[in-house]
Design a protein around this ligand. Sequence first.
Ligand code: C2E
Ligand code: CA
Ligand code: CA
Length: 615
Amino acid sequence: MELLGLELLALLIAYTLLYYLVKLDKREPIKKKFGLKEFIISFVFYLTISILDKFLPHSLLFTKLEYISVLFVILIWIRNYELYLYKSNYLKNLYILKIAVLVTYSLVIIFVGYELSALLVASTIYFVISLLIVLKSRYTLEGPVRIIVGTTLLFTPLSLAFFVIFSSTILITLGGAFTILITYFYVQQRRLETDFLTTIPNQNALLRYLERKVKKGLKATVIVVDIENFRQINVRYGLEHGDRLLVNFATFLSHNYEKGRVYRVAGNRFAILLPIKSHNEVVKIVNELQNRTAKGWNIEDFLITFHLNIAIIEIPIHAVELEQIIEVINFTIQEIKQRRRQSALIFNEKMRLLQQRHLDVLTAIKHALVDQSRVITLFQPIYGSYNGKICGSEVLMRLKDPILGLISPFEFIPIAEQSGLITSLTKILTSKVATLIKENADSFSKLEYVSINVTSDDLSSVERARSLINLIKESGINPHKIGIEVTESMLIVANKNWPDVWKMFNDEKIRLMLDDFGTGYSNLETLIEIPFDVIKIDRSIVSSKKNNYQLINLLAPMLHKMDKKLVAEGIETLEQVKVVQSLNIEYMQGYFFSQPLSKEDFLALLQSPISINFD
Ligand code: C2E
Ligand code: CA
Ligand code: CA
């Protein structure tokens, strides 16, 4: 009776797990399923026969079937682990041998009837074969798999012995249910560690692997491959083609580096973990990757090309602990992205110093968020080209740190962006500027506008843009006095919120200014789509003397035709002033007029403004 209860319970468990397994498989297929489904089905078959046999105690057929099903379950049970361990022909031969044993055994049971001895002989053969296989490959097994295979192997002889001695199938039922459960949990864990799109392991898998191996003194070369601007690929070719590209790329990597482990660690980023490689070998791999990528990828009718950023780090030379490894990887990737001309980077001693500086600057930023007097605002005047009078100003930020001294925005802005702290800095700067304008309303009334630099993070959502606008409005100053400088590079990042964001600034009459125009990202479409009031032409264009300032001669009239007001940036010479004036460019800014000034110097300048004499 207890056995029947147990069998019913096991049946329930098996059915439930089978149900979830089938459902999940439809939604999120993974590669290594461990043959769990087949095993559960065979187990259900065995349990059903066993239960029926209890209700029909005199049916010889069911008794015989039960004997056969016991062996059948064991066969499938063990087969799955072997499948996992071996892919060779050798396994196929073994499989044929086992089927032969199963068939002979079934025939003996049906026609001769030495049930027990037949079962014993047949299962002993299975057991010994499987034991040999597992022992041979025990080192290649992952921890949890070793436990599952170990338990299975332990349960098989135990439950058989129990069956022979006590004529009870209780241990077979228990062992089966137990194995199903632990395998199920393991398969679920694998699911969490599998990337569904490419079916290769994901970041969780890499982290868990590193966590386990690093303690044991892992020596490895990690190659992180990052597809640049993947979002652009999605926008240009569509999500479906983007997905196909990722799948093809993942397949290429995992076929090419079978000895290593290939992981998809982020949407557009893969990591290859290899046994330690020499410098030359690393260079060879990087070349291989670049050469293959240069050929492009055929996705249906498209030949998709992209740029790869490759970071290489060595464990344990560059990083010993898991957290360090992650930091070093992230840092190296960020570094490559900033170096436009370099696409592969090996983390080395120089980079370690850079990383240390990076951390120091990050700490300085965090301190400045608390002690806001460390956020310094400088003002660089902007002059009218016709009258030489000061008519506006750009605000430029610095950080003043007691240890590091004055830090340049070229250094701290990218770090603040990467660490998600830029919006806080922008807000601090904005409210400082607004307060200053309010407290010196008279002096500032001489200016048309004061412009603030923002980053894509500051405008990444309608809420963020709104909170920046509110900050300006609530300070009580006229919002039209403020301009927002947006760089061209910001705009290449696709953002579905852009139209709403521009409209919000427009509605409040805050000026929109396009910064660094002509630095290589120029897309004329954005000029039409986004309602910029002012375009700031980059210093490189203004100072490019090629063919008698041909570039600026071409650009200025075009922008004027679009009804834009223009600022010529970075003016250093009188010659440039003359060129700019001849083109009717409205405003000028640069060292020729003034360096960025401290708040005090700027206020003093506003008190007694000097008109620049251009003659
Ligand atoms: P930017 O917005 O293009 O700012 C102009 C930069 O050019 C300033 O450098 C300015 O000092 C410099 N400059 C001005 N006139 C001349 C000139 O005649 N010749 C030369 N060679 N340089 C000139 P700065 O202050 O070091 O700022 C560098 C960059 O840092 C800025 O470029 C901007 O992208 C960023 N930045 C500065 N302040 C902020 C800020 O408050 N927020 C954000 N998000 N970025 C900022
Ligand atoms: Ca600017
Ligand atoms: Ca600029």
